[in-house]
Design a protein around this ligand. Structure first.
Ligand SMILES: [Zn+2]
Ligand SMILES: [Zn+2]
Length: 142
């Protein structure tokens, strides 16, 4: 029955990831999956996530710093990563297939896909930094 249990957990992990669009880390996903499977270990979550990545059912995003993020949406799309809070956002833009052809002559082999991360500061972090940007502040330097 070990295989059955393993599969049930994997399906739950996958379903949990599909139901959110915030590209969680394994730790974040582990926290929510534990509500359904209190005895599940972080190692099991990692193992199943890697298995799902290998089979192409989910995708892993390495954003340069910190933990990897996971995406239940495997269709081609670009991401925006906030340097401030580390949140990974989907970008509503068609993937540019012409980019493959544009750089093909520079590649040491045949290009069939690409993946791009854009970095910056997200709107909510900007709002937090300037909470009263609409209000006029009194100039004290005069
Ligand atoms: Zn942010
Ligand atoms: Zn995504």
């Amino acid at each position: 029955m070990k295989v059955l249990k393993y599969s049930r957990q994997r399906e739950a992990i996958k379903a949990s990831l599909m139901n959110r669009c915030d590209h969680p880390t394994a730790d974040a996903l582990y926290a929510s999956i534990r509500e359904e499977f209190p005895n599940i270990s972080l190692g099991t979550v990692y193992r199943n996530l890697n298995l799902l990545v290998e089979t192409g059912e989910i995708r892993k995003l390495s954003c340069g710093s910190g933990a990897d993020h996971y995406d239940g949406d495997v269709s081609p799309h670009y991401h925006f990563v906030c340097r401030e809070c580390g949140h990974v956002y989907d970008m509503d833009i068609q993937e540019m297939d012409e980019l493959n052809a544009a750089v093909q002559s520079h590649a040491p082999g045949h290009i069939d896909s690409h993946s791009i991360l854009f970095f910056g500061q997200c709107q909510s972090c900007m709002d937090m930094e300037n909470p009263r940007k609409d209000q006029k502040t009194i100039d004290k330097t005069a």
